[in-house]
Design a protein around this ligand. Structure first.
Ligand code: PAF
Length: 272
């Protein structure tokens, strides 16, 4: 992969990388389509990265369908699928990790303490191997996106990071490979995350600016749905992820909710 990427760069091609963990859905494909327009060497990586899963998380169960993924990517005219084995990325003597110190300890980092360290490590490795000029990440994982931007800045990667809009099902549920875990009953609770975010924006429009009130009302709304268990609901500064008391400027509202055993996340920028 490194040799192919180096040759592309010598030919003056623009390399675009869309990193994924596979089991692709329309959300991923929207990133691939965006990538197709931005460069002439479009690479989609598929790698279920073990280091970003905690010990009791779903690494083993994470859905995988490599042949289907390759077909989907081919239909979008991507040039290369890069799908390394875990032993290629983490050989026996592997011992170097990349970690952001502040951003990764907030929101999802509180209940998934080693998650972002695994993400930044694998993304840094993908950047070094694939040598992209541009890389595209979904805004559904807003925290991941800003952590990667921070890493790119701190480690002087010469890569433009693009954040792509969240792709949703018709009832508003953000697309995620993990949605396939949901039972029918759980699936009917899942759109509550997006509805809760829309409700919060409506409350802000109605001049309710206190984040404690917004969070309390959102908690009640989500807890009223079957099988929901809130991990966190936060309203914070979209650059630092520090909690805000009032929505006086655009604020990130982010939430993580377990529905049954499936942990879903979503977010929205609340605008006063
Ligand atoms: O967002 C994902 O799918 C993963 O976290 C990523 C960026 C591909 C790294 O494994």
């Amino acid at each position: 992969m490194h040799a192919v990427a180096s040759a592309s760069r010598l030919k003056g091609q623009t390399i675009v990388l869309v990193p994924t963990m596979g089991f692709l859905h329309e959300g991923h494909l929207s990133l691939v389509r965006q990538g197709r327009k931005l460069g002439n060497q479009l690479i989609v990586s598929i790698f279920v990265n073990p280091t970003q899963f905690g010990p009791n998380e779903d690494f083993e169960d994470y859905p995988r369908d490599f042949n289907r993924d390759v077909q989907m990517v081919a239909q979008e005219n991507a040039d290369i699928v890069f799908a390394p084995e875990a032993a290629d990325i983490y050989p026996a003597n592997f011992q170097t990790f990349v970690n952001t110190t502040n951003l990764s300890n907030k929101l999802c980092g509180l209940s998934r303490p080693s998650h972002f360290k695994g993400v930044t490590t694998v993304v840094a490795k993908l950047f070094n191997i694939v040598q992209p000029h541009i890389a595209i990440f979904g805004k559904k994982d807003f925290q991941q996106l800003i952590i990667i931007r921070q890493m790119v800045c701190d480690l002087n990667f010469d890569i433009k990071i693009i954040g792509a809009a969240t792709f949703r099902e018709s009832d508003g549920l953000a697309m995620s490979s993990r949605n396939t875990y949901l039972s029918q009953r759980q699936r009917s609770s899942a759109p509550a995350l997006y509805q809760a975010l829309l409700n919060a924006q409506k409350m802000v429009n109605a001049n309710i600016k206190k984040t404690s009130t917004l969070i309390q009302k959102t908690t009640q709304f989500i807890e009223a749905r079957p099988e929901t268990q809130i991990d966190y609901i936060a309203i914070c500064d979209p650059r630092t992820l520090e909690d805000l008391k009032l929505v006086k400027q655009p604020a990130l509202m982010a939430l993580a909710v377990k529905i049954g055993r499936t942990r879903l996340i979503d977010n929205m920028i609340l605008t006063p």
